[in-house]
Write a protein that binds this ligand. Structure first.
Ligand code: NAD
Length: 498
């Protein structure tokens, strides 16, 4: 077998080894003997080196006109289109999401590039009349400075792109720290940035642990903004560390997303939505459908139909285009899921199907788990309250729309929600009353379009939204107010008036 490729950090325009001289293995979760690559297990000193490079480059990059910055981004989009299939194959192998989903992940990055490239010619501020004669007032957006981008493994190209691309268009420089379970797609984005001619130091990439590389980005005073996506637990630590330095911080975190199925719903659509919502990416999506709240009148039929569909889901090699669900990303996720299955049983929920690790034949080589449904779940059970982040879905019963809404909103999280109904009044009421950042009607809880805000309430986020220009630019720029006095009056004469 060929030696696995060794990937380096990218600092100040150079591909360099870590000062730690250590590497970690990146293995496929579908076949643990398949080593995808060796990545730098970097030291804090590498992150500091990268931050200093980003700080130096910031002075030059912020002066590049925004439409010119955006041209680099457009070029990145064009190359991504050509390499989409290669990157999707790499991603499916590296983190285990089925190929069709991996294509969607790369497509997100393409969409972000094309969409944000247009922002280079907008980045709009506003003008307003002055209180004084012969004075102009207007606002502009300023870049924030060097940004630390800390990302998870579940959307390993889409999520880094949601941060990297708007940051660059806005004139910020970056140090990217991808998750160690899937650092390759972010590496490809960085290589692309280099290939498209983005100047040295503007984009830096440092792989390694959260406690070393990640923590350095939080602590170092040279980082002006930390943009983090990951678990709420890590997000809390990120927010606390950033507060110490009065650093701007944008947090996108966990979810416990509910789908409501009313008694008038089209059950064929609802079952299909539940399957993809709960089991796409093996349930490892922040928007995954984790609770299905079904009207009591249709609950038994819904569960029977869902069970039949889930028992026939094709689980297997993510590189096989017919496979519908791949493995879990790592052993820790698998163990956590198994623990929650035990918790659900102990709490008295009914295990409808699944609940076991898959080990026969090819499954034995990876971290496969059977898609799992619990019924008879009460709102107070831990499986109905805590983010599992695995292929496990809980079915709860409700007696009315109000009852269903109360159950859905009784959570610490607030990312996504959905309702299946054919009654327009119920649909609009749910869209208004579900306390989440995103609500779908007659569609599952998953999926996002890049020109719309993405993010959530409560422990899912801290008020920021990625995606749409109106919201992403609020993260990656600061407002500047400019007054231009063309009256020729002495300052003294102006003091009386303001
Ligand atoms: P995680 O919190 O374990 O890690 C996320 C990133 O933070 C990784 O790069 C990790 O190395 C880094 N990190 C860990 N400890 C750190 C520390 N002390 N300081 C700085 N950085 C640190 O999350 P994960 O397991 O990679 O991802 C799964 C989680 O991400 C789930 O909770 C999921 O809901 C969430 N997620 C949220 C969104 C969203 O947009 N809301 C999207 C995708 C995933």
């Amino acid at each position: 077998m060929a030696e696995p490729k060794a990937y380096r950090n990218f600092i100040d325009g150079e591909w360099v080894e870590s000062r730690s001289a250590a590497v970690f293995e990146d293995r496929s979760p579908a076949n643990r003997s398949d080593v995808v690559g060796l990545f730098q297990d970097s030291a804090a000193a590498d992150a500091e080196h990268a931050i200093e490079a980003a700080a130096r480059a910031f002075r030059r990059w912020r002066a590049v006109p925004a439409p010119k910055r955006a041209e680099y981004i457009f070029r990145m989009g064009e190359i991504l289109v050509r390499r989409k299939e290669d990157y999707a194959l790499e991603m499916a192998r590296e983190m285990g999401k089925p190929l069709r989903e991996a294509r969607g992940d790369v497509q997100e990055a393409i969409d972000v590039c094309y969409y944000m490239a247009g922002e280079g010619r907008r980045l709009c501020g506003w003008t307003t009349p002055s209180e004084l004669p012969n004075k102009a007032c207007f606002t502009t957006r300023m870049p924030v400075g060097p940004c630390g981008l800390i990302t998870p493994w579940n959307f390993p190209m889409a999520i880094p792109s949601w941060k990297l691309i708007p940051a660059l268009v806005c004139g910020d420089t970056v140090v990217m720290k991808p998750a160690s379970d899937a650092p390759l797609p972010a590496y490809q984005l960085v290589k692309l940035a280099q290939e498209c001619g983005i100047p040295n130091g503007v984009v830096n990439y440092v792989t390694g642990g959260g406690a070393t590389v990640g923590a350095s980005l939080l602590r170092h005073p040279g980082v002006a903004l930390v943009s983090f996506t990951g678990s709420s637990e890590t997000g809390r630590a990120v927010a606390i560390a950033c507060a110490e330095e009065f650093k701007r911080v944008s947090l996108e975190m966990g979810g416990k997303n509910a789908m409501i199925v009313m008694d008038d719903a089209r059950l064929d659509l609802a079952v299909d939505g539940a399957v993809w919502g709960a089991f796409a990416t093996a349930g490892q999506r922040c928007t995954a459908t984790s609770r299905i709240i079904v009207h009591r009148k249709v609950k038994d039929e819904f569960i029977a139909r869902l069970k039949e569909r889930v028992e026939n889901l094709k689980v297997g090699d993510p590189l096989d285009d017919t496979v519908e669900m791949g493995p879990m990303v790592n052993e820790a996720q698998l163990k956590k899921t198994m623990e929650y299955v035990q918790i659900g049983r102990d709490e008295g929920a009914d295990l409808v199907c699944g609940g076991v690790r898959l080990t026969k034949a090819e499954y034995g080589r990876g971290w496969f788990f059977a898609p799992t449904i619990f019924a008879g779940v009460a709102p107070g059970m831990r499986i109905a309250r805590e983010e599992i982040f695995g292929p496990v879905v809980s079915v709860l019963a409700a007696d009315s729309l109000d009852d269903a809404l109360n159950i859905a909103n009784d959570t610490l999280y607030g990312l996504s929600s959905s309702i299946y109904t054919q009654d327009v009044n119920r649909a609009f009421q749910a869209a208004r009353d579900l306390e989440t950042g995103i609500t779908y009607v007659n569609s599952s809880t998953i999926g996002a379009e890049t020109h719309l805000p993405f993010g959530g309430t409560r422990r899912t986020g801290n008020g920021h939204r990625e995606g749409a220009a109106q919201t992403a630019l609020e993260i990656f720029t600061e407002w500047k107010t400019i007054y231009v006095d063309y009256s020729g009056r002495l300052q003294k004469a102006q003091i009386d008036t303001n």
